[in-house]
Design a protein around this ligand. Structure first.
Ligand code: NAP
Length: 328
């Protein structure tokens, strides 16, 4: 495993973390045995292979993800080493509510403090000045170490930081070879300002593993609602997947590992893939040790920028038709 360098933090931050939306979230379709068994093994193995970053949110499984993660960290004596990141879902994020929601997350996670407390998404009505007043208060009382945001534009990230009056360490955004948008502004900013981009859905929810195609689609409601898995987009993704497979072959690695390696070759970027098995978390952690050449990086970036999945109204229409089983 490799860790973030050049940014001073209390705990080491691994370049590959573990996303835990899957824990206790029925909409991933992994079943009860996953939540009550596999999830704990995934956390324990993640720590063994050097992962320190564990990402969750109060909204995942309505608190179940935080509880499962917290219980696993406690049982395996990992609380000291783990960099625990959770998120507030910012409905009315005024100071007393921010405080009570943080305290509830701390209880569910069974930790003393949150290493990173992130605003899950920008509130379109409530300004960051309000939310950040609550965050500042939590930092002062020692319940929160670092503040982060998620799904923020660069301008709003900077505004949040001005409102907090100290660094907003990270912005967690959708970033992968299937969604390379953050390369434009967030990644250069993170590098220049010594901040972090935390890449969520770094494997395109499994698309970049190359195991899905128009005849073999993943189960579960989350991915049934993800336009990336529309048959037309799975066909459009083939050129990108072919380049991933070629690079993977050179490194005796998998396409998923190369997709993660590409992300963390950008300074200031860490990735937090979810995992449906212990074997996946092992493979994902091992991706931190893959060294891609300049020409491999370029080939992957070029192909990522050529990939134009259908979106917007057209994708919404196809998703609706797929869901209702209608044709046309
Ligand atoms: N801030 C936000 O708004 C936001 C939004 C989404 C996610 N997140 C965070 O980001 C984390 C990761 O994103 P995500 O879960 O949406 O997508 P992801 O990490 O891109 O995809 C995870 C899925 O990919 C498959 N996978 C994982 N490792 C693999 C490997 N080595 N080989 C092959 N397949 C592999 C697994 O599904 P199968 O095995 O079933 O194919 C796994 O459930 C979440 O857990 C959550 O913590 C945050």
């Amino acid at each position: 495993m490799r860790y973030v360098e050049g940014i001073a933090t209390d705990k080491a931050i691994s370049l590959i973390g573990l996303g835990t939306w899957q824990f206790g979230s029925r909409e991933w379709g992994y079943g009860a045995g996953y939540a009550t068994g596999e999830a704990e093994h995934i956390v324990a193995r993640a720590a063994e292979v050097g992962i320190t970053v564990f990402d969750t949110a109060e909204i995942y499984g309505f608190g179940r993800s935080e509880r499962i993660l917290g219980a696993a960290l406690a049982r395996h004596d990992l609380r000291e080493r783990a960099f625990v990141a959770t998120k507030i879902f910012p409905v009315l994020p005024v100071q007393p509510i921010v405080r009570s929601r943080a305290e509830a997350s701390i209880r569910r996670l069974d930790v003393d403090r949150l290493d990173l407390y992130q605003v899950h998404q920008p509130n379109p009505v409530v300004r960051d000045r309000t939310t950040m007043a609550g965050m500042r208060d939590l930092q002062r009382q020692g319940s929160v170490v670092e503040v982060g945001v998620s799904n923020y534009s660069l301008a709003r990230w900077q505004a949040a930081e001005a409102a907090l009056g100290s660094r907003v360490l990270s912005n967690q955004v959708q970033f992968s070879l299937a969604h390379p948008g953050p390369l434009v502004d967030l990644v250069p900013y993170a590098l220049s300002a010594e901040r972090l981009v935390i890449a969520f859905s770094p494997l395109g929810q499994g698309l970049l593993s190359g195991k899905y195609d128009a005849t073999h689609q993943p189960s579960g409601g989350v991915r049934a609602a993800n336009p990336l898995f529309l048959p037309e987009n799975l066909v459009r993704a083939q050129a990108l997947l072919d380049v991933l497979r070629d690079v993977a072959k050179t490194h005796a690695a998998t396409p998923a590992q190369i997709a993660l390696a590409w992300l963390i070759h950008h300074p200031g970027v860490i990735a937090i893939p979810g995992a449906s098995s212990v074997a996946q978390v092992e493979a994902n952690a091992a991706a931190a040790d893959i060294a891609l050449s300049g020409s491999e990086m370029t080939a992957l970036t070029v192909e990522a920028q050529r990939f134009h999945p259908i979106g917007g109204a057209k994708a919404a229409g196809q998703l609706l038709r797929a869901r209702t089983g209608r044709r046309g």
